[in-house]
Design a protein around this ligand. Structure first.
Ligand code: SF4
Length: 551
């Protein structure tokens, strides 16, 4: 394990005299691991598994991998074992993890701020074709995920990624995950403030840093100075949201304690305004609180949202100021109502330098290595070589001259990547699902893609913003609780009494300043086969009966 310096600093766990087991909070002296995950992290830092992968596992193969590394520490480098093909959702909860494990991995590439060059995208596409059977999904956290990765190929994949400035460091695990950033940072005409510098600085100081590589659970973060509120700030552990302070000018409003999954909570404002150059320090204070005071007894209560809910915003801010920053934060205003309902930046938009950015949509984030390579080619031919991924499973080409826009749009549409997308193509997201995810109960990606096609065919006149989010299990990787129509995968009985795949329906969730969770309508379930009929009925009824301005 990494040595821990004695003098308490931002980077040092605080330890006081122990009292009782409590919640396993280090800051009150509960340093003894209270569950197997905590023990694994105590036994060895997840970051150290890289050396074993490079020197042992990649040479000796899958069967040589230590169990605690396989199902624990490898996540610190973005690696999860994927689900063995052909195991149905009914077995998910019954089988032991090793029975569900395939000998291949999912590998997540972190793309902080969603910022990519065409050179990087080409490398991502080539790796997909060479090592991942062509797979590549855009996630709703601006990452790219591969499947079918062999342990033997991981060192070469890392070499190629790192050669172009990409990495998989702490893409998963109980770590500071990818930092979401506005996909139009630095270019949007209506931007309040560009947070890119802060993202770079957070990356430099905190990612891959052994002082922050043993957190109670994952730590999700977001920085956006866009008035479109485009990074789902309400559901991150920490978020910095662009605001104009009446005296101090542009800066960020600080939010903490958001998160979905089985106990969803929206983040709360601390009422503090943070200037750009102080964002990394405040991030350091909040992640320090999480590391030191976060609950470690039960993994189901270990996310920062539980601590924030117990403490409340006032106490949280006070501890942050008194124990971590050692100064007061400046009070500040809340963000304004978003400038548009869509937050995905799809379509053609003028940049502040007079050029244009062009956002486009695959279906439910699913692309492939060949397509990514072609996107890089099209982007190179029309832009400056810069692209972005979004938190809605979409992409954007930046810096396009007006004379090039039409040709770029035609090139993208030719790849079945819609710039002028239907509300269904824009607003439908799906998680990984049973194809590769060991926790999944139902299929999601193909279901989502066919739902889009069906709805486009059945109700082409529908043109309201709508979000339809599909999860393969009760976790919330595709944010079902904050969608207009959220679909949570489960098994159910059809009319003939047969067990089939289906979804529990949540209705009326939202993000933005009217953020709230959808209502789980008691008993409202729909089989996968009936899904297009059901959604069509809901949308037609909504159109027929809604009041003015109602979403
Ligand atoms: Fe897997 Fe469930 Fe997350 Fe979907 S929501 S990716 S099925 S854990």
């Amino acid at each position: 394990m990494a040595a821990t310096p004695e003098k308490p600093t931002l980077a040092t766990p605080r330890r006081k005299a122990g009292r009782h087991r409590g919640e396993g909070q280090w800051a009150v002296g509960h340093m003894t691991p209270l569950n197997a995950n905590e023990q694994t992290k105590r036994d060895d830092d997840g970051l150290n598994v890289r050396t074993r992968i490079e020197t042992i596992y990649a040479h000796r193969g899958f069967d040589s991998i230590d169990g605690a590394d396989l199902r624990g520490r490898m996540r610190w480098w973005g690696l999860y074992t994927q689900r063995k093909p052909g195991i149905d959702g009914g077995k998910t909860a019954i089988l032991e993890p090793e029975e569900l494990d395939d000998k291949y991995f999912m590998l997540r590439v972190r793309i902080d701020g969603g910022r990519l060059t065409t050179q990087q995208l080409r490398v991502i596409g080539e790796i997909s074709q060479e090592f991942a059977r062509g797979t590549a999904d855009l996630t709703d956290r601006q990452n790219v995920q591969y499947h079918w990765i062999r342990i033997e190929d991981v060192p070469e994949i890392w070499r190629r990624l790192e050669e172009v400035g990409l990495s998989t460091t702490e893409a998963c695990g109980d770590t500071p995950r990818v930092i979401l950033g506005s996909p139009v940072a630095g270019i949007a005409e209506n931007e309040i403030i560009d947070g890119s510098w802060a993202i770079d600085e957070i990356q430099r100081r905190f990612i891959g840093n052994p002082d922050f590589s043993n957190l109670p659970r994952k730590f999700k973060s977001a920085v956006s100075g866009s008035p479109q509120l485009d990074v789902a700030h309400e559901i991150n552990d920490i978020a910095f949201v662009g605001v104009n302070h009446p005296e101090h000018g542009p800066g960020f409003d600080l939010w903490v304690g958001g998160g979905l999954s089985t106990n969803p909570k929206l983040g709360v404002r601390l009422g503090a305004w943070v200037p750009l150059d102080e964002v990394p320090d405040v991030y350091g204070g909040v992640i320090g609180i999480f590391r030191d005071y976060g609950y470690r007894r039960l993994r189901t209560r270990a996310r920062l949202k539980f601590l924030v809910a117990d403490w409340g915003a006032e106490k949280f801010r006070q501890i942050l100021e008194d124990e971590y920053l050692e100064r007061k934060l400046i009070d500040g205003p809340a963000p304004k109502q978003p400038t548009g309902i869509w937050r995905d930046h799809l379509g053609v938009h003028r940049q502040k330098d007079g050029r244009f950015y062009v956002g486009f949509a695959p279906r439910v984030g699913r692309v492939d290595g060949t397509t990514l390579t072609k996107i890089a080619e099209v982007a190179d031919a029309h832009g400056s070589g810069r692209l972005r991924t979004t938190a809605e499973q979409k992409m954007i080409v930046l810096d396009v001259e007006e004379s090039q826009v039409e040709s770029l749009v035609a090139g993208l549409e030719g790849l079945d990547l819609r710039v002028n997308a239907s509300p269904f193509r824009r607003g439908t997201m799906a998680c990984t699902g049973i194809e590769f995810c060991k926790l999944a109960i139902v299929e999601t990606k193909a279901r989502g893609a066919s739902l889009i096609d069906e709805l486009e065919r059945r109700i082409p006149e529908f043109d309201d913003p709508i979000t339809i989010n599909i999860n393969g299990c009760p976790n919330a990787c595709a944010r079902i609780q904050v969608a207009d129509i959220g679909l949570k995968g489960q098994l159910m009985l059809d009319d003939n009494g047969n067990q089939v795949e289906g979804f529990q329906v949540h209705l009326g969730g939202a993000l933005g300043l009217e953020a709230g969770f959808g209502r789980k309508v008691r008993g409202l379930k729909v089989t996968s086969a009936e899904l297009p009929d059901y959604v069509e009925r809901v949308l037609k009824r909504f159109q027929a009966e809604r009041e003015d301005g109602e979403r």
